[in-house]
Design a protein around this ligand. Structure first.
Ligand code: SF4
Ligand code: SF4
Length: 115
């Protein structure tokens, strides 16, 4: 997939996203594997209202990158998930979830659910 120029966006497209039960399990595992200090620092970062609870403001990137939900992986590459900085990276096909979501990350599931 084409690379996106994410550095400098500061999580502008990282808001509440749908997440499946399987994705929640992967995120929980990832969070629990973080060194305690790094986990606490990520948890306590100040974020703009509406920014994903796992966005790392200091590093300007996803704080759980290898365990991010499938919609995050698809973002920027499909016609219904267009990146406003690089719209040409999106193919015309629309992305759709393979599984029904268990809820919305950052709304239904917060840091307290991943400790
Ligand atoms: S996907 Fe696009 S809008 Fe989102 S952080 Fe990357 S470049 Fe910015
Ligand atoms: S899980 Fe990561 S990529 Fe997905 S919205 Fe949150 S910070 Fe962004």
């Amino acid at each position: 997939m084409e690379n996106l120029p994410c550095q400098g966006c500061h999580g502008l497209c990282c808001g509440p996203v749908p997440v499946t039960a399987q994705e929640l399990r992967m995120i929980r595992k990832k969070v629990r594997q973080m060194p305690a200090k790094a986990r606490q620092e990520l948890r306590e970062q100040r974020r703009f209202p509406g920014t994903c609870i796992f966005f790392d403001q200091e590093k300007d990137k996803c704080g759980i990158h290898s365990a991010r939900p499938s919609i995050c992986r698809a973002f920027g590459h499909f016609g219904n998930l267009i990146c406003f900085r690089k719209p040409e990276a999106a193919k015309p096909e629309h992305w759709s979830a393979k599984e029904a979501p268990a809820g919305i990350l950052s709304v239904d599931f917060t840091w307290a659910d991943f400790q």
